[in-house]
Design a protein around this ligand. Structure first.
Ligand code: IPE
Ligand code: IPE
Ligand code: MG
Length: 237
């Protein structure tokens, strides 16, 4: 079933706050409830033959939320990585982080947890799970431009050779393939600074389901919809 793809699924896990509000709970309860959805989806993606699963966990813009919510999200990630990394390793899932982990607002403890999860799972091959964390696509592309400019200035890169391949090689995870399918939950229909370069020819599926309610069955519906699409890449036939 996996030969029809998608090989890379990227998800904007949105709607945690609304899920909580609908239950009279604090927004943070929605984030906590999202963990079950995430791990259900890991199993579903593995079963569907997905090779790369990229999830948006915290955007560069999410720092503008209340101090309480940001602190919860940081602590929750630290905790989740500690509790779940062995399970991911047992499932053969390689963990990678995409985004600015070196930001001084990210704690040393979280940076350490990220490193440990990446190291533990470095040899795993069933699927690669990318946590887009403190990630913003414009910042990523600006970072690539900066590196390219310094290589040109140092004389190690010919400016005439800068093309799409060179730019892609300077993005956060150079070996990451472009997503075939981008899913956004919660009914919002925007990209919110996610994978702008990489999603140039991705198929998009928007679903009203709020992230904490999203399960494998919903993922499979999105995959079915993807398989019915006609990806033309600008061709006329
Ligand atoms: C997504 O859910 C999780 C993060 C952005 C961290 P939200 O927290 O954005 O939930 P809504 O969109 O307010 O419902
Ligand atoms: C995008 O969701 C970021 C994550 C899911 C982590 P947001 O809730 O932050 O996006 P906007 O503000 O609705 O565009
Ligand atoms: Mg949101």
């Amino acid at each position: 079933m996996s030969d029809r793809g998608p090989s890379h699924v990227a998800i904007i896990m949105d709607g945690n706050g609304r899920w909580a509000a609908a239950r009279g709970l604090p927004r943070t309860a929605g984030h906590a409830a999202g963990e079950e959805a995430l791990f259900d989806i890991v199993h579903g993606a593995l079963a569907a033959g997905v090779k790369w699963l990229t999830v948006f966990t915290f955007s560069t813009e999410n720092w503008s939320r209340s101090q309480e919510e940001v602190a919860f999200l940081m602590g929750f990630k630290e905790d989740l990585l500690g509790r779940r990394r062995d399970e991911l390793h047992e499932l053969g899932v390689r963990v990678l982080f995409l985004g600015d982990r070196n930001d001084p607002r990210v704690s040393d403890r979280l940076r350490q947890q990220i490193r440990e999860a990446e190291e533990l799972t470095a040899g795993d091959t069933a699927m690669t799970m990318v946590f887009a964390f403190n990630y913003g696509s414009r910042a990523e592309i600006a970072g690539a431009a900066k590196e390219i400019a310094s290589e040109v200035a140092a004389g190690t890169l010919d400016p005439e050779s800068v093309d799409e391949v060179v730019v892609a090689e300077h993005l956060g995870i150079p070996e990451m393939p472009d997503p075939d399918l981008v899913i956004r939950t919660s009914g919002e229909k925007r990209i919110s600074n996610y994978l702008l370069w990489q999603a140039a020819y991705s198929e998009f599926v928007f679903t009203d389901t709020l992230w904490p309610d999203f399960r494998t069955e919903h993922l499979l519906e999105c995959i079915e919809e993807y398989r019915e699409r006609d990806r033309r890449y600008g061709r006329a036939e």
